[in-house]
Design a protein around this ligand. Structure first.
Ligand code: MEZ
Length: 559
């Protein structure tokens, strides 16, 4: 749907202020950044993480007492979706060296490295291979690989600064030190990054970066990376099997507490399978489909925190889950595209953020949490009340993409942002001529399962990599460090899991006792009526429909 008349009238203000703003950009004049000492005030008042009543303490499990979003607590205080007494573990349906749960960037990179290290791999995934947040990542992947101009040292400082200096330093060090090699690996596999005619990689700034180190493939970087590594995994078909539409629902441990596989659930037939393995890599990604505080999301349909639930029940603590990332710029109009990511790269290329008066109100490359909080402050009636009303009563902010063609030459928007150009064209909006209307959207799970720099959890034989893990990004991840995270830690998980199975003998008698214990703990905590988890898929049915969903699919096979 093109902009309706009332929005067209407001657009005139953007057009009126544009020439002066472009001139300023050309002269290198930037809007004043938020001072370090002001950041906390803005975050405390306007970032969704800090809204009173939106977090509570978990009452069960290894991180009991830790206060995180209510939506996470609801999941962690749920019971298993299956009755452990009904699962037959004596006859594995699948047997492999390493079971990888999840087939996004981290899971696929892990599978490739494990196979190259001689392990047989089974990837079990909820949807199709590549249906993951990695596929939907747009703007780029960071790596300090320009000798003389940048160094992992600066990258490290940026990671820590963005994360409020509470990141796990060893994980952050591992991330930045392995970054140049990650890019080389992807290029060698055939990933096609945007380049100058002389063959040099194009790089850009992202929010919170002190150097241009964002490598990208137009505005479809994640798709380029995912397609490349998925092809590579398929090239290893002698070592890697993939089963689709078959999510894991519980981990299986052996008598010594070592991870020994998982129970899988066939979404088509509702059958439960036992996949036995000498080691497991958890790579289930994020949780945007929990729609924390009702926020729209950039995440793919299967992003429901399943890995956190399963590993937590097996005894793995979580950290940094008290912060979630709201990407500053998600589509708020047209409503059919609500929540979809509009890459930060638009702001890196010079597009201003503007209020209802067509005025800039924030420097466009603040760290994400600060940028999102400033946008919410500008929009909300409790803040400055300068948001642009949409036809359905929401509020947004203009992202002035036409500036980019004026700054960098006609045709740049079409060439550098083909994904978004095509999307908006479907609705009759040419984003090289008209700005986009945006609002923060739930984007990333900053925290997750505790791991060390070998991707080991505290459960022997259980590894984790990518968005399901926590620590590397502290309380706020910077742009381009999630694609990097999945490649760096995915590869390391594959390497160290295959080392683990070489060094450790056969697994002992398998059981689901931890699931029974956890169900009992939930019951004893008196949390009241509990749900079942993992959630697997979000439920968008309306309340009247929900009331009549009395099937086993809705309630699981708990009894
Ligand atoms: O790392 C991200 O989240 C990313 C690259 C997002 C974007 O704005 O494109």
């Amino acid at each position: 749907m093109p902009y309706p008349e009332p929005l067209k009238i407001l657009l005139e203000k953007v057009v009126a202020t544009r020439p002066a703003r472009v001139e300023k950009k050309k002269n290198g004049e930037e809007f004043t950044a938020v001072k370090l000492e002001e950041r906390d005030t803005i975050l405390n008042n306007f970032h969704p993480d800090f809204i009173e009543g939106t977090r509570r303490k978990i009452r069960v499990g290894p991180s009991k007492g830790y206060a995180i979003s209510n939506e996470f607590v609801d999941l962690l205080e749920s019971k298993s979706r299956m009755n452990p007494d009904l699962v037959n573990l004596s006859q594995p349906d699948y047997e492999t060296d390493i079971l990888v749960i999840g087939a996004g960037g981290a899971g696929t990179a892990a599978a490739i490295l494990a196979a190259e290290n001689g392990a047989r791999v089974l990837i079990a995934t909820k949807l199709r291979h590549g249906d993951a947040n990695t596929m939907m990542a747009e703007g780029g992947i960071q790596a300090a690989d320009k000798v003389g101009k940048d160094s992992p040292y600066y990258h490290y400082l940026d990671v820590l600064g963005g994360g409020h200096f509470v990141n796990d330093p060893e994980l952050a060090y591992t991330l930045v030190m392995n970054a140049p090699d990650a890019i080389r690996w992807l290029e060698d596999l055939g990933a096609s990054f945007s380049k100058y005619e002389d063959g040099r990689m194009k790089t850009m700034h992202g929010g919170g970066t002190c150097r241009k180190r964002m490598h990208y493939a137009a505005d479809i970087t994640g798709a380029e990376i995912m397609k490349t590594i998925r092809d590579e995994a398929r090239n290893h078909e002698d070592m890697i099997d993939v089963i689709e539409f078959c999510p894991a629902v519980e981990l299986v441990l052996d008598e010594h507490g070592r991870c020994a596989g998982a129970v899988l659930y066939n979404l088509e037939t509702s059958e439960y399978y036992f996949a036995k393995a000498k080691a497991v890599i958890m790579a289930t990604g994020g949780s945007g489909r929990l729609h924390i505080q009702g926020f729209m999301t950039t995440n793919h349909y299967g992003a429901t925190a399943d890995g956190i639930v399963m590993a937590y029940r097996a005894g793995v603590p979580v950290s940094f889950l008290h912060t979630v990332q709201y990407h500053p710029t998600g589509v708020v109009f047209p409503e059919q595209a609500e929540g979809i990511l509009i890459t930060e790269k638009f702001r890196g290329a010079g597009a201003n953020l503007l209020n209802i008066h067509g005025e800039q109100f924030v420097y466009e490359r603040e760290p994400r949490d600060v940028e999102a909080a400033c946008i919410i402050r500008e929009c909300s009636p409790e803040g400055r009340g300068n948001g642009i009303p949409t036809p359905t009563g929401k509020y947004g902010i203009w992202l002035d993409s036409p500036m980019i063609d004026m700054l960098k030459g006609e045709g740049t928007v079409r060439k550098e942002f083909p994904g978004k150009h095509i999307l908006f064209r479907r609705f009759g909006i040419d984003i090289s001529k008209e700005p986009m209307l945006i609002h923060p959207t739930l984007h990333y799970q900053n925290g997750g399962l505790d791991i060390n720099s070998k991707c080991e959890t505290n459960v022997p034989g259980l590894f984790a990599a990518g968005e399901v893990s926590g620590g590397v990004h502290g309380e706020n991840r910077l742009m381009g460090n999630s694609l990097l995270d999945v490649i760096v830690f995915g590869r390391l998980a594959g390497e160290f899991a295959s080392e683990f199975i070489r060094e450790n003998g056969e697994i002992g008698a398998v059981n689901l006792d931890h699931v029974r214990r956890y169900n009992d703990e939930v019951e004893a905590a008196g949390t009241g009526e509990t749900g079942i988890a993992p959630m697997l898929l979000p439920d968008y049915s309306n309340p009247e429909v929900k009331e009549k969903q009395l099937t086993k699919d809705y309630f699981g096979t708990l009894s």
